[in-house]
Ligand binder design. Structure first.
Ligand code: DGY
Length: 349
């Protein structure tokens, strides 16, 4: 059937599952809603076909919003609404050229992602992935318990191990939420690399230090971040400016007892270099929610086959409450855009 919008009714194309938030759009009579209904990532050909004449489109981070898509939409397209805080799948230059607004979902997912960063830290340091596989593989019955079997570095500080440094590559909202959680484990020092060109923020840092009873919170350069972090959190956005910031040189500077956790974007970490770092013991372990090659990450992937690497399929924000809120905000963003109202949360680009 024709994909052109009905006269007078703006068309919204929903390319991902909005769950309980879909009725916010589908039950309205003043808009036409076309929805991808399969329980998998939307086909590109489906998107290109159905977007013709659309005023708004709902996407997730796996759907590229580029010139080809905008050309296929035609001049009615006013708003792109993504169910994500990340937006490197959207070509902002093309958005600006066509005066298209972008809605996204910051803040809402901060706590869920911070929770998962702590989970990955514990899993990677205490070898939870390896231990779980051990039981699933029926190795427990023949396991000879010894004091150092399946041991790993402790996350919390103790009187006999009184300092811990958390390092952050990317020190925004999610990093602050991770720091808040780590304070409960007695972390003593926080270091981070500021965004290039960003002004120093000593007052903010002192507030964070005092709020979490830390010894220090301080900006450092990349080599210092690598050298001094007991746990390193990669929370930087993706894109060309952050690609492979964690490379072989960086990993070689890290401590053999350190863990690396990536909840940001896979492209920030060089997968091959990380696999080598794990194999050769430059670092202790890694917890990854995102991987450069995702979603093409099977059992043969060099990181999946590393015993001290825990790999999760990009589920950092996958808490029911959070995803429900994200879907609702995404629906409200696209609706506002097509109705020519201010977006509840617009990306300022
Ligand atoms: C985001 O929001 O950018 C996440 O990566 C997906 O929830």
């Amino acid at each position: 059937r024709s994909t052109a919008a009905s006269p007078g009714r703006p068309k919204i194309v929903v390319c991902t599952d909005l769950g309980p938030a879909l009725p916010l759009l589908s039950e309205r009579r003043d808009i036409e809603v076309i929805t991808w209904t399969e329980n998998r990532c939307c086909d590109r050909t489906w998107m290109l076909h159905n977007i013709a004449g659309a005023a708004g489109v709902v996407v997730c981070f796996q759907n590229a919003v580029d010139r080809e898509l905008v050309d296929a939409a035609g001049p009615n397209l006013r708003v792109v609404s993504t169910v994500s805080v990340g937006h490197e799948h959207i070509d902002l230059k093309v958005m600006a050229e066509h005066n298209i607004q972008v809605g996204y979902t910051p803040d809402i997912l901060t706590d869920a992602v911070a929770d998962s960063a702590v989970m990955l830290t514990l899993m990677a340091s205490r070898r939870a992935g390896q231990s779980y596989t051990f039981v699933k593989d029926n190795q427990w019955p023949t396991f000879h318990w010894t004091p150092f079997a399946l041991c790993g570095p402790q996350l919390s500080t103790t009187t006999f191990s009184p300092t811990r440094t958390a390092g952050f590559l990317g020190f925004g909202r999610i990093a602050h939420a991770v720091l808040k959680r780590l304070a409960a484990f007695g972390i003593t020092h926080c270091i981070y690399t500021p965004r290039p060109g960003a002004a120093p923020q000593p007052t903010r840092d002192e507030k964070l230090r005092a709020a979490h009873s830390l010894v220090s919170v301080a900006p450092v350069d990349l080599p210092t971040l690598a050298r001094e972090s007991d746990m390193l959190f990669v929370l930087a956005p993706g894109g060309p400016s952050t690609r492979h910031l964690v490379d072989e040189g960086f990993l070689q500077l890290m401590r053999p007892t350190s863990v690396l956790v990536n909840n940001g974007r896979g492209s920030v970490v060089d997968s091959a270099a990380l696999a080598r770092a794990l194999k050769e013991g430059w670092i202790w372990g890694a917890g990854l929610d995102v991987v450069e090659e995702e979603p093409q990450v099977g059992p043969e992937h060099p990181l999946v086959s590393e015993p001290r690497c825990v790999v999760l399929p990009h589920i950092g924000s996958a808490a029911l409450e959070t995803r429900t809120e994200m879907a609702s905000l995404t629906a409200r963003n696209v609706l506002a855009g097509v109705l020519k109202q201010p977006l509840p949360v617009a990306l300022d680009y």
